[in-house]
Design a protein. Sequence first.
Length: 671
Amino acid sequence: MTAQEAREIIAQLSQELEYHNHRYYVEAAPEISDRAYDRRMEELQALEKTFPELAAPNSPTQRVGGAVTKEFPTVRHRFPMQSLSNTYSREELQEHLERIRKLVPEEMTFVCELKYDGAAISLHYQNGELQQALTRGDGSQGDDITPNVRTIPSLPLRLRGKGYPEEFFIRGEIFMPTAGFAQLNRQRMEAGQEPFANPRNATAGTLKLQDSAVVAGRPLDCFLYAVVAEDRPAEDHYQAVLAARNWGFKVPAPEKRYIEKAKNLDEIFAFIDHWEAQRHQLPFEIDGVVVKVNDYRQQERLGSTAKAPRWAIAYKFEAESAETVLESITYQVGRTGAVTPVANLQPVQLAGTTVKRATLHNADQIQRLDLREGDTVAVEKGGEIIPKVTGVNFGKREPQSAPFHFISQCPECGTPLQRPDGEAQHFCPNHPGCPPQIKGRLEHFVSRKAMDIDGLGSETIELLVDQDLIRNPADLYALRKEDLLPLERLAEKSAQNMLDGIAASKEVPFERFLFALGIRYVGETVAKKLARHFESLENLRQASVEELTNVSEIGERIAQSLRAFFEDQAQQAWLDKLVQAGVQTQVKKQAGASDKLAGKTLVVSGKFSRYSRTEIKALIEKHGGKNTGSVSKSTDYLLAGSDMGPKKREKATHLGVTIIDEDTFAEMIAE
């Protein structure tokens, strides 16, 4: 294939992927299956690896992340990004509106919007392409988090339609949907990590992660609600928001009443009343309503105080909590053996739902609150999603109540529990014999981001485990049709589809197979780093803790977890069977690859004329090298472009790291 042919196919695939991305994440009306979308994405990724000079900064492939940012540079906002004044009182809201009417004594229209509970963002677009994404910061300057924001699937990297200004900024809120937040916390607790307190904290923490590939794996979404430009696309705020919708932005939907115009206080209060009652039905968190003056000229006349605009105010809802009785504490065992205590509560109405259970996280949490069965407890919803016990009404405690003691044996298999030093979670070490661990490990192994085996849902896995047909991932590859046909709900066609899916999974790339193994602390991103560094399962199995921690961002905890997995004889027995079954245990070399940079670690910094930074990093990996974000004693080369900061050069010189320019780099990889 020539470069020109590749350019045409890349342009076509990019346009098609952007269209389907918008249909799925913005309009919620997908036209193709996930599998078909993934095939197109994989085709585009393969082409960009073969022709890295054709990979654009705003290509759809950038949504999967991969850039590592050690520091987030602080950038001044072109237009200040102020906070809003808050009120919890309808009387204060009324007084505020009366004050601004006195300042601008003419007819006013207002816009009512939801107040999303996330992290504010300012996006800079030029010629229809995303240039930069900044946090609010202190209002005058914010952090540049562009690589992380590019991974958010609902946010357009290139605009659609016509009529957008040549250069403009659009403000909005990045948030984490409630279902995604709950799933993320389940995964964290299962891995023995502390759960996030609420979606807002999870969102803010995710946006400041150094590895954009980790960010890409988090369920972030974004609503954009304020166009800021010298050349405005409309005369008022409401029309500008609707215009932005036509450009491809996910904006508050008028048809869902996420945004409405209001002529007077009664209509404003009607909007508030509606969402105070209905907010718990939303798939995301809000903590109030924002009321804005619609007309831009009136906004300018009202101006701002030192802290906030006069033309907008936030009405915040009161947090909800309830009191109920803690009837008992039971336990759940996850696929990694993590044991999580659960509070079983006397049913109580909270945030629009009946709450019967709440997570207690770990033994320390129970001890910190001094919880006892029979206590009257305060219950809230963390971010109004996952119920949690926040305190005890000691005045209602029964005199005969006894201190609670955490269990010492697994509630599922009776094995003595372990609690590793420095960790909050208790674990059941019986990986091969504990039923929920067996089923959970298998469900993870067949999941879409792992081995992606069709026809193997949780019910089918439970059936196969209960019939003693499978107990570990290797058993899947020994299944025969005659094993499956006698089972309930498995006709010949579904049995054959399952076997075909198992056979097809043998072609799943090594890094996904490594993730599928379910090794504690080894998520998608860590699996990719390990696969690229060691290149084969055999190399990884032989690696010492020291060799593992030499890999970028692999710490002692991950290294110890890997060694424990590879030293466990029972797990190694089924791992050997997987290897014999023919799964991918090596990294496949891409076309045109070489070993010219094998074993070399490079840091890329500054601007370049021959290649983009994305192209350079792809070329480094293509020729066997490794990219890192900061200069250290293990760095072999600092590839220096123009405008590179002096600190990296000074550090490289101090450590004796070789500094090269892009011409030298081109010679190093030349045929």
